[in-house]
Write a protein that binds this ligand. Structure first.
Ligand code: PEP
Length: 253
């Protein structure tokens, strides 16, 4: 299976011009790599403009969030169906930065169902705020997954990706980076949670690791944590660093 490397640009960069420049630079590297599927998730307002720069399938565009209703009186929102209509192929759902803004498990669940129905590949983010010595965080992660995917049909699983993002390891305020063993433990848990619900077919749902991934640690997560790819925040905004991550991923067969 190709490695799936997703860049979450968060609320950067400040202008469309910069976004286009970064995307073109990333595309230059990504379009040469046959073992990697690259996805760039820019701020919503840039999605359709960057989509126009897509050529081929090796690098495509996704979004970081959207609303679950198809259309309606939801001032300021953009629907998953609208995203699909402008050519987005992926959508991140339940990112911890959105949950911190008040997104509940129930809302995440609605977005997962609507995203799959809209034909998008849903990248469901799960992860604990902190680790406790009794391992309660494992139960927490498993429950997050179960509540979010409840009602997703087995045949729709090919439109689901699970990204394990421990909150303590994300962003510039990360307490410390996660180890490849931390990610391995949870990638096994995610697989078990899915297989318990759907049976062995669920083992093909891609599992990503995200949290302070950079050009130095990417290969270790990919090689040692049994993950199918990476969700990269800050490092995806630097085309040179992101290109190095993509090249590392391409080397792993
Ligand atoms: C993210 O925003 O999903 C993320 C993993 O951020 P960072 O790589 O900057 O920790």
């Amino acid at each position: 299976m190709k490695k799936l490397i997703i860049g979450n640009w968060k609320m950067y960069p400040a202008s469309l011009k910069e976004a286009k420049t970064k995307f073109v630079a990333i595309k230059k590297t990504a379009s040469k790599l046959s073992n990697v599927q690259t996805v760039v998730c820019p701020p919503l307002v840039y999605v359709s403009e960057l989509k126009k720069l897509v050529t081929g399938h090796r690098v495509v565009v996704g979004a970081q969030n959207a609303w679950f209703e198809k259309e309606g009186a939801f001032t300021g929102e953009v629907s998953l169906a609208m995203l699909a209509s402008v050519g987005a192929q992926y959508v991140i759902v339940g990112h911890s930065e959105r949950r911190a803004l008040g997104e509940t498990d129930e809302l995440v669940h609605k977005k997962v169902l609507a995203g799959v129905k809209a034909g998008l590949t849903v990248v469901l983010c799960v992860g604990e705020r902190e680790r406790d010595p009794d391992g309660e965080y494992m139960k927490f992660i498993s429950e997050q997954i179960k509540s979010a995917i409840h009602g997703v049909q087995k045949k729709e699983l090919k439109k689901v990706v699970i990204a394990y993002e421990p909150i303590w390891a994300i962003g510039k305020n990360a307490v410390h980076p996660a180890s490849s063993d931390d990610a391995l433990e949870v990638s096994i848990l995610v697989k078990k949670t899915l297989v318990d619900i759907y049976g062995k077919d669920a083992a093909s749902v891609p599992i990503l690791y995200g949290g302070s991934v950079d050009a130095k640690n990417a290969w270790e997560f990919l090689l040692k944590s049994q993950v199918d790819g990476l969700l990269v925040g800050r490092a995806s905004l630097d085309p040179k660093v992101f290109g190095e991550i993509l090249n590392e991923a391409d080397k792993i067969k």
